[in-house]
Write a protein that binds this ligand. Sequence first.
Ligand SMILES: Cc1cc2nc3c(=O)[nH]c(=O)nc-3n(C[C@H](O)[C@H](O)[C@H](O)COP(=O)(O)OP(=O)(O)OC[C@H]3O[C@@H](n4cnc5c(N)ncnc54)[C@H](O)[C@@H]3O)c2cc1C
Length: 384
Amino acid sequence: MDYEVLVVGGGPAGSSAAIFLSKTGITSCLIEKNLQFDKPCGGGIPSAGLKDLDLLDEVKKELSFNILKKIKIVPPFSSPIEVSFKGGELFIFERKEFDSFLRGLAKKSGADILEGELIKIEKGKNNIESTIKTKAGDVKKIYSKYVIAADGVNSRVCSLIGIKKTQYFWTVSFHMPKLDINPDSPCEFWFGSSHASYFYSWVFPGKDYFSVGTGAEKVTLLRGFIENFVKKRFPSISTLKDFKLRVYKIPRWSKRKFFKDNIIFCGDCLGLVMPVSFEGIYYAMKSGQFAAEAIKKKDLTLYEKLWNDRFGRQFYIMKKFQDYMFGNDERIDQWLNIHRDPNIQEIAMALWLRKEKGNHLIPLYFKAFGSFISRIFKKHISNS
Ligand SMILES: Cc1cc2nc3c(=O)[nH]c(=O)nc-3n(C[C@H](O)[C@H](O)[C@H](O)COP(=O)(O)OP(=O)(O)OC[C@H]3O[C@@H](n4cnc5c(N)ncnc54)[C@H](O)[C@@H]3O)c2cc1C
């Protein structure tokens, strides 16, 4: 056997898995088909997520980023709501730089990194035989006890072993480099069916550019949506032809198998993007960490257990909430307006930004939400 683990995909999930494996002395090789890949992404990660992964100090030293301290929510019909983050910040990274930094950490911890694409995978008697086409054009075989599939929403591993890929939404996004970026700019979330469906449109101010984008359940809706959004948000921009628009899928979370035989699924490949917020980087990294822990203990069922104990309930409830709330402008408008209440703002921001408390905060959020609605309802009755 060449390695104990072959990690397929060098995004946040794969690199994190390789880092945590190496830290516990487990040999791994990470293959990435394109080390220059710049994943279309807003690049937003809450500081608490980086702290939880023990990366905050290193990231601050090594990478360039923008730090955002507030968000602006724009409901479909009502006026915008600005909310300052208390006890947390949102970092905005360039994905190419962030991914390469993580792979660098994996290498430093002891993992081998190979630029190549997985093209075939076969189960042997005592190991898994993976065939890789390297960047240089050679074909190489790697034998390992385990394979971590961290190859994203379009997972080749899933296709090769005959497992259905994760469900997804479509996004279109681009970087707008020419505007001045004020350090106080908020992270913007715009809702409304004229420019997004089952999704929101966003403006994330990075260090030297704005990430602008939107999402939909059908790819054919994207062009009209992004044109409508840009017209609404940046009325002085008359054409999109100066920008490089990129279309990419983002997982629509649903419950899936965490592993099959000795092949373990992580990150987008497993659909681990939080419903409603569509945040996936932190969760991809945590899945890599949990998968490594399960391999170390030689108990793959531990992976699903660790995940469910920490995030299972939150993903499940947010999915139900998303299914009910999204796709109806009136409902979304009412829901967002509830966030004018400072108590609800605080719980909602904590839920998003303070990673360790998700499961505990969800019921509080819905309780606050419920009592706010009943207060409004009572007021309405007594006024009429
Ligand atoms: C437009 C957009 C905006 C987003 N904004 C945010 C955001 O602001 N914050 C946030 O938290 N999340 C965001 N997300 C989600 C986030 O990008 C993903 O959840 C995250 O990248 C998942 O990491 P991953 O490692 O699982 O997969 P990926 O980052 O997709 O990495 C998979 C890697 O596998 C490689 N690969 C694929 N096939 C093979 C193969 N056969 N052999 C070898 N290598 C292979 C790919 O080249 C790639 O590098 C956004 C997503 C989109 C589409």
